[in-house]
Design a protein around this ligand. Sequence first.
Ligand code: NI
Length: 134
Amino acid sequence: MKSSRFGVSMKEGLLTELDSYISQKGYANRSEAIRDFIRDHLAHEKAAATNQDVVGTLTMVFNHDKRNLAEKLTTHQHSEPGLVISSTHIHLDKHDCLEVIILKGKAKAVRTMADTLSTARGVLHSKLILLPQK
Ligand code: NI
């Protein structure tokens, strides 16, 4: 397929940060890195915007001292059998836990499950990554 060139202007500080990131990651040049960023972003957006079959990971850090939180999170995961296909729980310190949940299904159902889990009281950080299954 034919390639096209286009110019992008940005503040020097942002460009310096970008170049530093690019060299850390080992990209050959800016074009290769920017193509990768765009592909990655579009794939995520497409998977999130439509109700296609997706796979996803939900990463959460939460405080297990919050009343019944760990139990609530587990109960939610059981509520739609087949949607959560795997999970890993790590005890980070005396109070906090890291849980990575792997989901598979229609984008809408996966997002609803992820929203329910990540908005539970006591969840400190969460990030959902969705990718098209095909
Ligand atoms: Ni734990």
